[in-house]
Design a protein around this ligand. Structure first.
Ligand code: ATP
Ligand code: MG
Length: 567
């Protein structure tokens, strides 16, 4: 493609509202433009990268025996009412009415549409398993669209759905697609981890998120420093055992701790370690209150709490609620003599000897408190967040944290949708059974941004060869110089003939502008036709390393091919 013929509107300045590198650079290098908050046009270069990612996704999905189709973005409300999500999905679902006042949603996801389609078309176990996917625009009215393509309101997703007559079949396809996802993100050059995630209200069991490691990620990943283990921190179980010290039990006592509210303050004031403190928090679990105890150096993990109590919702009680239920301020909460609410505690609390806790009275704490003797706990369980330095749950290595961007999600749905929407098949005995389902998403446009986030330097983008919009950037330093212009034009034709993807900067711009734009756009290799054009010699520069080599035109195609393979 000749640069004079395409649209690559590079900017000199970074747009003010772009906070993260990928957002800044994709705008600055002319890959995309914003239309409305969270809504973007892909310009020619952006579209090419998107297409490359889509093609990798297609190859890997097809390789895993998934079949592509295309479903409507405009979805009847009735389907969402059948699944029940019309009422629970909330304001993220964009809803609209047609001229006859019928309600519709713009597809945020396609479980409903696909379940109704398969329900109508597949009747027998003989057609199962079946895995279908599409690559399509999704709409979600996100509360905070931000970071450009990373959290849009209109974005491109690959979503796949599998249908099965047995759990084993689902397990098998899940495994295959898990591998396909790993292949996709590896081929995109991403540094990622597949992490164990929370299956939440969906009711499934196995679920993994594919996380690209990045400081701007919204999720925290706990992973082992030596093994493959990685989990969303909400999900990582604690495997360590807590040892009780052999210290003799002392008499419990009430002490004045005026204005010492936080764990930090109380520990400092009483000169005890955080590990000796029992932190008490009142939670509202569905419509009940529960007092949750963890050690002073630990944090309550609300997902674990929710799962333990099999609750629909879990949230910290407000200061007013705490006052009403236990007649004391939040900073003075403790379990001694509490009978109004259930008490559950993290395992670590059980091992505390002569601990400190709030006295349920403003400005007072108990010291030398001992679980079992001074208060009772209904249930001890794993209720805290894992910490850096804890042993890895798989028994190998130590936990470290990293931030991640979720680019993909695989999920065993079970019969959540097939039961609600009556998607059944006849088994070998002619008996009607609900189909077992899996769903699998990749944020295709988010993946483009995640690559841009991982691949850049102070001069611009640095695309990995697999998904670069073009592989080669051909530049003639001075298009007015006839020798240079002629050689550049000849090389452009030759290299195209050799099936290279090539962007040719044929503009009448100053060399400085051309080089700056070229660095900004970030194609893997740059071929510069300059002073040595008359000798048939050009320069090849590797964008990533800055390494420059002089190459004779007769050897150019071969050299480029082998260089592309090695970067
Ligand atoms: P998030 O927690 O980031 O909102 P999600 O759990 O809502 O993601 P899924 O419903 O699992 O996401 O969607 C599948 C994939 O679609 C995600 O893994 C992510 O890569 C992508 N995705 C989700 N929401 C957005 C968005 N607003 N913009 C861009 N990509 C998105
Ligand atoms: Mg979301």
């Amino acid at each position: 493609m000749k640069q004079s013929m395409t649209l690559i509107p590079t900017l000199r300045e970074i747009p003010a509202d772009a906070e993260v590198k990928s957002h800044q650079l994709l705008l600055k290098a002319g890959f995309m433009r914003q239309n409305a908050s969270g809504v973007y046009s892909f310009l020619p270069l952006g579209k090419r990268v998107l297409q490359k990612v889509e093609n990798i996704v297609r190859e890997e999905m097809d390789g895993a025996d998934a079949v592509e189709l295309l479903m409507p973005a405009l979805q009847q409300a009735e389907l969402w009412q059948e699944s029940g999500r019309w009422y629970t999905y909330g304001p993220e679902l964009m809803r609209l009415r047609d001229r006859n006042d019928r309600e519709f949603a713009l597809g945020a996801t396609h479980e409903e549409v696909i379940t109704s389609l398969v329900r109508d078309e597949v009747k027998s176990y003989k057609k199962l398993p079946l895995t279908l996917y599409q690559i399509q625009t999704k709409f979600r009215d996100e509360k905070r669209p931000r970071f450009g393509l990373l959290r849009g309101r209109e974005f491109i997703m690959k979503d796949a759905y599998s249908f099965h007559s047995s759990k084993e079949s689902l397990d098998e396809v899940y495994k295959k697609l898990f591998q396909a996802y790993s292949n996709v993100f590896s081929r995109c050059g991403l540094n990622f981890r597949a992490v164990i995630a929370d299956s939440g209200a969906m009711g499934g069991k196995d679920t993994h998120e594919f996380m690209v490691l990045s400081d701007i990620g919204e999720d925290t990943i706990a992973y082992s420093d030596t093994s493959n283990y990685a989990a969303n921190i909400e999900m990582a179980p604690i495997v360590m055992e807590y040892k009780r010290s052999s210290e003799a039990l002392k008499e419990m006592d009430k002490v004045k701790t005026e204005n010492q509210k936080t764990i930090e303050e109380v520990a400092g004031f009483l000169e005890v370690s955080h590990e000796n403190l029992i932190k008490s928090l009142l939670f509202k679990v569905d419509d009940q209150y529960v007092l949750v105890l963890v050690r002073g150096d630990h944090e309550v993990n609300d997902v674990k709490l929710k799962n333990l109590l099999e609750a629909g919702s879990v949230e910290l009680a407000s200061a007013e609620e705490t006052k009403t239920v236990l007649s004391c301020p939040v900073g003075s909460l403790g379990p001694v003599s509490v009978t109004e609410v259930r008490i559950v505690a993290d395992h670590a609390v059980e091992a505390v000897v002569n601990g400190v806790c709030g006295a349920n009275e403003e400005h007072y704490h108990f010291i030398n408190v001992n679980p079992g003797r001074d208060f009772n706990v209904e249930q001890y369980a794993d209720l805290r967040f894992i910490k850096e330095g804890d042993p890895s749950p798989d028994g190998s290595g130590t936990i470290v944290f990293a931030k991640g961007i979720e680019v993909g999600h695989v999920f065993k749905l079970g019969t959540r949708y097939s039961e609600a929407m009556n998607a059944t098949y006849l088994d070998e005995n002619g008996k009607s059974q609900p189909m077992i389902m899996g769903c699998y998403g990749i944020g295709v446009s988010r993946t483009v941004a995640a690559v841009a986030e991982q691949y850049n330097d102070e001069n611009g983008l640095v695309w990995p060869a697999n998904i670069a919009p073009y592989q080669l950037h051909l530049i003639a330093v001075n298009m007015k110089d006839e020798t240079q212009a002629q050689l550049a034009n000849e090389l452009y034709k030759e290299l195209q003939g050799e099936r290279f993807e090539i962007l040719f900067d044929d503009r009448q711009e100053r060399p400085g502008v051309k080089f700056a734009d070229s660095d900004l756009i970030g194609l893997p290799l740059r071929i510069t036709v300059g002073k040595k054009a008359s000798e048939g010699i050009v320069e090849v520069k590797v964008r990533k390393t800055g390494e420059v080599t002089e190459v004779n035109r007769s050897e150019l195609a071969g050299t480029l091919a082998s260089m592309l393979k090695s970067i």
